[in-house]
Ligand binder design. Structure first.
Ligand code: TMP
Length: 210
C-alpha cells in the first residue's frame, strides 16, 4: 500500500464522546500494520506549549473566555503543533493521523459558538501554513450515545449545554457537506465496527487513482 499512498495527513474529528481518540490510535496502528510510517498527535496539545494552551482552554474556571479568544488559542496551539510536529513528520514522508484539527474550531466556535465558520476558515488561512488535511473523517454520533461515553468530570467545553453540543454535531455535518476531502461515518456502534469503517474510508482514499 505504501507505494500507492496518496493521503499523508488524516484527521479524525467529531463531537465530544464520538470515540475519536480511540479510533485515532486504532487507525495509526492499522496504518503501521500496512507498512505505512505514521505519527499521531492530538490537537490542542502534544507540544509543551500546546498542552499549556490546552489547560487554559479547558479549565472549568475560565467561564469568562470569549469565543474569539477560544478561536485564537486553538489556532495558536495548532500553529505550534504544525511547526514542531506535523511539518517535520510530513517532510520525512511520514503519514500523520490527528485527533481533531481546524474542523473542530469550525463546528464548536464557528457554528455552535456563533463566531461564523467562514470567519474561522479565513483566520485559519491567514495563520496556518496548511489549514486543511488531505482527509478529514467525521465520526458522527447522536447526543445520547455521545453523553454516555463522556467522563463524569467534564472539561469547560464538554460542560456547555446540550443545545451547544447539538449545534456542534450540526456544524460538523454542514462542514462535511461544504468542504472537499471530508467523509462522515456513523460512530454509534462498537469500537471494532467503527474502526473497520474508518479503515475502509482511509484505504479508499489512500489507493484512489489520481
Ligand atoms: P478533546 O478532549 O477531544 O481533546 O478536545 C478538547 C475539547 O476542546 C473538546 O471539548 C472539544 C474542544 N475543541 C474546541 O472547542 N475547538 C477546537 O478547535 C478543538 C480542537 C477542540
Amino acid at each position: 500500500m505504501k507505494n500507492k499512498l496518496k493521503v499523508k495527513f488524516i484527521v479524525l474529528d467529531g463531537p465530544d464522546g464520538c470515540g475519536k481518540s480511540t479510533q485515532t490510535k486504532l487507525l495509526a496502528q492499522w496504518l503501521q500494520g500496512q507498512g505505512v510510517e505514521v505519527e499521531s498527535f492530538r490537537d490542542p496539545g502534544t507540544t509543551a506549549i500546546g498542552e499549556k494552551i490546552r489547560q487554559i482552554l479547558l479549565n472549568p474556571e475560565h467561564i469568562a473566555m470569549s469565543t474569539g479568544t477560544e478561536v485564537m488559542l486553538y489556532m495558536a496551539a495548532r500553529a505550534q503543533l504544525w511547526a514542531e510536529k506535523i511539518a517535520p513528520a510530513l517532510k520525512e514522508n511520514k503519514s500523520v493521523v490527528l485527533d481533531r484539527w481546524l474542523s473542530s474550531t469550525c463546528a464548536y466556535q464557528g457554528y455552535a459558538g456563533g463566531f461564523g465558520m467562514d470567519k474561522v476558515i479565513r483566520i485559519a488561512k491567514d495563520c496556518l501554513e496548511r489549514p486543511w488535511p488531505d482527509l478529514t473523517v467525521i465520526l458522527d454520533v447522536d447526543l445520547e450515545t455521545a453523553a454516555n461515553r463522556l467522563s463524569s468530570q467534564p472539561d469547560r467545553i464538554e460542560a456547555k449545554p446540550q443545545q451547544y453540543h447539538r449545534k456542534v454535531r450540526e456544524g460538523f455535518l454542514k462542514l462535511a457537506e461544504q468542504q472537499a476531502g471530508f467523509a462522515v461515518i456513523n460512530a454509534a456502534g462498537q469500537i471494532d465496527t467503527v474502526h473497520k469503517k474508518v479503515a475502509a474510508v482511509v484505504e479508499k482514499y489512500l489507493t484512489a487513482v489520481p
